[in-house]
Design a protein. Structure first.
Length: 194
């Protein structure tokens, strides 16, 4: 079977799901009922502008219907959400769903927890980037290569003027992990100063 996508639109989110039964040129809006026709062992990789989780509403690191979308994805064995908008390395695991954020080549947002005036729900798995000078316009900017060959996502982050990082799903722990900094002993001061 060839690769393809289903496009599912929700109130506050748009989700593209990889499904080998649908040809790319047949990309059409579908309803959650259409997901019932997809085999539960099909690896699903979703791309969304905003996180399909609730991190920090003040900067729209938030999707109002996140729980509804997550519930639709719970029956599948292997689900990964790749999202933008946050312009920083973030990753999380909620049930069977792995989450990975993409970088931006401009406009680095600070981590929400550094903004002490409001509550945030930054994913606990996320190891903050080394942001020695978050006011430097190129600090924490970069791009990434997204490897989906195994059905699980590995993000290879290429960071401008900073150490490159890889975050990939670890089958032993059942969650995405930073290959260099997940262990607390491997972190440097700018990653733990919050």
């Amino acid at each position: 079977m060839g690769a393809g996508f289903l496009l599912v639109r929700f109130r506050n989110s748009t989700v593209a799901a990889n499904d080998a039964r649908v040809k790319p040129k047949a990309l059409v809006p579908c309803t959650p009922a259409d997901l019932e026709a997809v085999s539960k062992d099909t690896p699903i990789v979703l791309f969304s502008h905003s996180p399909i989780q609730k991190i920090y509403k003040g900067w729209n690191f938030w999707t109002d219907d996140a729980e509804e979308v997550q519930a639709l994805l719970q029956p599948f064995d292997n689900v990964t959400v790749v999202y933008g908008h946050v312009h920083q390395i973030q990753y999380n695991q909620i049930g069977n769903i792995s989450f990975h954020a993409v970088m931006a080549t401009a406009w680095p947002w600070p981590y929400p927890r550094s903004y002490a005036q409001a509550t945030s729900h930054m994913p606990k798995l996320t190891v903050p980037m080394n942001r020695a000078d978050p006011f430097f316009e190129r600090d924490a900017t970069g791009w990434q290569f997204i490897n989906v060959a195994t059905g699980r996502v590995a993000m290879e982050y290429n960071l401008y003027n900073n150490t490159n990082r890889t975050v990939a799903y670890n089958p032993e722990t059942g969650q995405p992990e930073d290959s260099a900094y997940q262990d607390l002993d491997g972190r440097i001061t700018p990653q733990i100063h919050y």
